[in-house]
Design a protein around this ligand. Sequence first.
Ligand code: NDP
Length: 325
Amino acid sequence: MPQYDKMTYRRCGKSGLALPGISLGLWHNFGGVDRFENGRDLVIRAFELGITHFDLANNYGPPPGSAEETFGRILKEDLHGYRDQLIISTKAGYEMWPGPYGDGGSRKYLLASLDQSLARLGLEYVDVFYHHRPDSETPIEESMMALDQAVRMGKALYVGLSNYSAEATKRAVEILQSLGTPYLLHQPQYSMFDRWIEDGLLDTLSETGMGCIVFSPLAQGLLSDKYLSGIPDSSRAANKHGFLQRDAVTSERMRQVENLNGIALNRGQTLAQMALAWVLRHPQVTSALVGASSVRQIEENVAALDTLNFSSDELGSIDQILQGN
Ligand code: NDP
């Protein structure tokens, strides 16, 4: 089914695995509260366009766990027979069930959660299992040994880290290297509106040979033209289950968005497309991990890969806008 020639695949760090330049995340729009048929259309269209990587976590929904159930149903009903053409990831690290063992980074939590995820997904293994966030209460050795164990048990092919600082990533990689664990990917937040990874993490990823898949590259939709004339009813900021708050849509932000939109149009792209090309300009960034509420958005986002180059003038103008000049 996938039209592989429509997609650009990029090598993930120093690993043997390639990921699509655009990957699809199921944080929003795939929960029990959402319309199943829409989620199914999104996944099928994404896969047709060569998006081979789908990203989940134990807590995606709402309710928590329901996005994995939705994806498990799509796998069973529509993508049966395609398992070897898919890279499926999940994570544990945020609160998932009551009591001391349903949150954090303990071996108890991570391995129990992975079993629950596999049951919801209807899978024997995931391709990537992440620790979703660092946990200062748990020795990092314990969390890394749990990831390693997941691989040894055949429940994950590779492991990943999400939201780890550059320093914590270095320490984690030392441990994973000593264990011989196939560590593959770091998943940090990165967009024009959140540039923290430029301050050390990207260098660490080059040094460790890890790939990088950046989440919320569209700043949850702010980096598009959709909020320029108010908050549409169908948008994440208006959705009561949405993580984007209405008060994130400030007039100052919209002035920046308006100016960025001008640069994008001059490049012959939409702002969403330029925002994706902008995160992919770093060689360390393997994939831009987007969300979508419609098939049209997925098509538009994949087409960003047609124009990835930036002139130094364009990059300079973007920096000026982001610095508020
Ligand atoms: P984005 O920044 O890509 O935001 C996606 C949202 O932006 C869509 O749901 C849609 O919202 C809007 N949108 C998408 N494409 C367009 C377009 N072309 N034009 C206009 N609007 C568009 O990413 P997310 O914040 O959704 O995060 C992506 C994934 O990253 C998640 O699904 C998850 O897998 C992962 N993630 C990981 C985290 C972690 O801690 N590791 C944390 C957060 C996310 P609308 O409803 O308004 O149409």
